[in-house]
Design a protein around this ligand. Structure first.
Ligand SMILES: Nc1nc2c(c(=O)[nH]1)N[C@H]1C(S)=C(S)[C@@H](COP(=O)(O)OP(=O)(O)OC[C@H]3O[C@@H](n4cnc5c(=O)[nH]c(N)nc54)[C@H](O)[C@@H]3O)O[C@H]1N2
Ligand SMILES: Nc1nc2c(c(=O)[nH]1)N[C@H]1C(S)=C(S)[C@@H](COP(=O)(O)OP(=O)(O)OC[C@H]3O[C@@H](n4cnc5c(=O)[nH]c(N)nc54)[C@H](O)[C@@H]3O)O[C@H]1N2
Ligand code: SF4
Ligand SMILES: [Mo]
Length: 681
């Protein structure tokens, strides 16, 4: 029996694991107590890694689809078919007619995204359509525009924490546990802003907010803090630009005004604003996508930043701080052509000369089905399941069906792979050496870890880098893909970071110190060299330079006619500990813990619409209907229903839409849409 220290890649938290191996087989996984961030924690998915890796639904050989059945083929045949078809498409419609999709795993396993980027630029298509156009990039951009760089939440030392649209018990359990410890042992204020009274909300002050109205609350909190003279004047004067304009701007947004919009009593808004402003170390933990996937998404992120700024809670321990930057190799090659959506969403594409490699994924169906701005004819989908995880699954299905050629690279046959012409079996992270790396950006802990190989690749599955490399060679692009082993790949990726040697310690972990008060010695890297409360850049592009409030694209107020027909507000995608997105439904131990998706609603709302706890209901929008079991729950806000995403057979994205996009980044609207709920006949 051997024990390998590695890290888990089933979600972005990258927990340390001890993998027990017997006769070349993974038999057990448990937490790694010495890990500097997870400290021995693993969730049920991490505990069930043996069942994950040996699952019957693993794709272990290359396949092609012929007469609607899967035919096993060799790697050589698979690459030949891909090369022939991708070349044909390129010759007939141009390189840009190939779209490469890369999902959440591409963020968690940087090799996946890095090689997708390499291939994209070698093939010469600008169209890498990533989950970065659904998740997280929006906030990075909003903070970059405000601070010039990304700042993140130094939550461990926070004395006042606002969980703003974030329920770590489902999405980030380690943090949930830490909050419970802080509540029990420290002088610590917890505030939770959520339409659902979550278990953590019960431990602190809960503001039950109407979905999608967070900007109104934030503006009113700014109003209270500024008008009651609770700002950090010295900080604001020396390090920010645009405070006088903000002061004038927020006068219209009173707590009374916000109370009507949000459903939160005005006194509660004042109390929370004061607690936040008085704390020595206040820290807002913004939901990882909750506030982004709305019409007001970008400005929501700006507003939370402004709250931190006006009270001077920047770069101090326990607030929002600058995370030391770790540079990784950039595998992109220079490219002239812009991806789809670059003109409609120019800031998402590039700002201050920093060009993003991603197109607007929500415009993919339009490109395929309407040829706007140009036709899209082929796809390579890696580490993603857009048929379940993107808005309006029916439309995405139609778009994928309309393509001339589809390739899928995945360790499993997911719903998107089921449509593919060629399926290429990637091995899982347990079957290769790679790099565990979320360096600071998402969890604000500046560490990186070698993700050591635990077992040999199963069947004929292979590492992602190898698949891209061989495919490129077949297409005459081999000169750009010269790597020959896992080790060469991560050595290359790590080269610019300067930490290659440091990672070779016993645990394989590199952990950096956070530097505080950087602004005292280094100006903020914005055009004004200050924090930009007022953003001239946003103004130049025709967006509001100071964030305001807009109603959700669908709401009782913005679309009263629609509301008559669809009188309940739907939230989709609150996380559940057992699953990552559309994955792991095939693991029996996890399925036993969480057998089916439930639509949760307050009993009074259920009663109002004649619905009974435990019965199946149809949830409908103009886009479609999805059937789920109803669970009444006193903790829900009345008039709101919440459902999980990622369930192939009861897929909430059958009813979401691609039309109501966030106006600056093109993000989809997943969090505040109007639905009708009826008993399923
Ligand atoms: N309605 C609604 N929809 C949502 C959301 C929501 O809140 N509501 N959330 C959105 C968000 S924030 C996100 S991030 C997306 C996620 O969207 P996706 O990334 O599309 O979702 P996953 O189901 O995680 O798909 C990941 C795929 O990667 C595969 N995979 C795992 N390991 C590897 C590997 O090493 N290599 C390769 N090549 N493949 C691998 C898995 O088998 C799986 O098929 O969903 C979005 N969709
Ligand atoms: N187990 C598990 N963990 C995951 C993932 C997973 O799939 N499974 N996915 C990972 C990924 S890619 C992501 S993006 C993150 C997502 O993480 P987050 O976006 O932080 O989502 P949650 O922590 O589930 O918290 C969502 C909470 O927001 C509330 N909410 C919904 N709409 C609104 C609103 O309009 N306003 C406010 N104030 N609250 C609202 C919901 O009621 C819910 O309690 O999770 C990550 N962690
Ligand atoms: S799936 Fe669980 S164990 Fe694995 S990284 Fe995520 S939280 Fe940690
Ligand atoms: Mo995400």
């Amino acid at each position: 029996m051997a024990v390998v220290n590695s890290s888990c890649m089933l979600c972005v938290w990258d927990c340390g694991i001890k993998a027990h191996v017997e006769d070349g087989k993974l038999v057990k996984t448990e937490g790694l107590p010495e890990h500097p961030v997870s400290n021995g924690y693993v969730c049920p998915r991490g505990e069930n890694l043996p069942a994950y890796v040996y699952s019957d639904s693993r794709l272990l050989y290359p396949y092609r689809r012929k007469n609607n059945t899967l035919e096993r083929i060799t790697w050589d045949q698979a690459f030949d078919i891909c090369a022939e078809n991708l070349t044909k498409v390129k010759e007939k419609y141009g390189a840009k007619s190939l779209a490469i999709f890369c999902g959440s795993v591409g963020v968690e396993n940087i090799e996946v995204a890095a090689f997708a980027q390499r291939f994209k630029s070698a093939y010469n298509t600008p169209n890498l359509l990533s989950v970065e156009n659904i998740c997280y990039r929006l906030r990075i951009l909003a903070r970059q525009l405000t601070f010039g760089r990304y700042v993140g939440e130094d939550y461990r030392q926070a004395e006042c924490m606002i969980l703003w649209g974030h329920n770590p018990d489902g999405s980030r359990k380690m943090l949930g546990d830490l909050i419970r410890e802080k509540v029990a042992n420290e002088k610590f204020e917890l505030i939770v802003i959520d339409p659902k009274r979550t278990e953590l909300a019960k431990l602190g002050l809960h503001l039950q907010i109407r979905p999608g109205t967070d900007a109104a609350l934030a503006l009113a909190m700014l109003n209270v803090i500024i008008n009651e003279d609770r700002c950090d004047k010295e900080f604001v004067e020396n390090y920010t630009k645009g405070f006088p304009e903000l002061k004038e701007h927020i006068q219209q947004y009173t707590p009374e005004w916000a109370a009507d919009i949000t459903g939160i009593p005005k006194e509660d808004i004042k109390v929370v604003a004061r607690i936040f402003a008085q704390s020595k170390a206040p820290c807002i933990l913004q939901g990882i996508n909750t506030l982004d996937q709305h019409r007001n998404g970008f400005q929501n992120s700006r507003l939370l930043a402004l709250l931190q700024i006006v009270v001077g809670a920047i770069d101090k321990p326990g607030t929002w701080v600058t995370i030391p930057f770790l540079r990784m190799a950039d595998l992109r090659l220079p490219m002239e052509e812009k991806p789809i959506g670059a003109d409609e969403y120019p800031i998402f594409h590039s700002v201050w000369g920093r060009v993003s490699p991603y197109g607007i994924a929500t415009l993919f169906p339009k490109a395929v089905l309407e040829g706007i701005p140009y036709p899209m004819k082929a796809s390579i989908v890696t580490a993603a399941n857009p048929l379940v995880t993107y808005p309006d699954s029916g439309l995405y299905r139609k778009a994928f069906e309309a393509l001339d050629f589809r390739v899928s690279i995945d360790p499993f046959i997911n719903e998107t792979a089921e449509l593919s012409d060629v399926l290429l079996p990637a091995c899982t992270f347990l079957e290769k050496d790679s790099l565990g790396y979320v360096y600071g950006v998402v969890n604000c802990e500046p560490y990186a870890m070698l993700r050591k190989k635990v077992i040999e690749p199963l069947g004929e599955s292979r590492p992602d880098w190898w698949i891209w490399t061989e495919l490129a060679k077949r297409m005459g692009l081999g000169e750009y893909f010269t790597w020959t082993s896992d080790e060469e790949v991560f050595d290359f990726l790590l080269e610019p970071s300067g930490i290659k040697e440091e990672l070779k310690n016993k645990l394989g972990v590199y952990f950096a110190e956070k530097g505080y008060y950087q602004y005292k010695t280094k100006p903020f890297p914005t055009p004004s060299k200050k924090i930009e409360i007022y953003s001239d850049t946003l103004k130049e592009y025709g967006y509001d330079p100071l964030p305001g409030y807009v109603e959700p694209a669908q709401s009782p107020i913005s679309t009263p006619e629609l509301y008559k027909e669809y009188p309940i507000i739907l939230i989709s995608g609150a996380r559940q500990e057992e699953y990552a997105h559309s994955q792991q439904r095939n693991i029996p131990a996890l399925r036993a813990l969480n057998p089916e998706p439930l639509a949760e609603m307050h009993p009074a709302t259920a009663q109002r619409y004649g619905l009974v706890d435990g019965e199946k209901v149809n949830i409908s929008t103009k886009v479609g209907t999805v059937k789920m079991r109803l669970k009444t729950n006193e903790n829900m806000m009345t008039g709101v229903v919440t459902v999980p995403h990622g369930w192939g057979l009861a897929n909430v994205n059958e009813i979401t839409n691609v039309e109501t996009r966030e106006p600056i980044t093109g993000y989809p609207d997943f969090k505040a849409i109007l639905v009708r709920v009826e008993p399923a006949s």
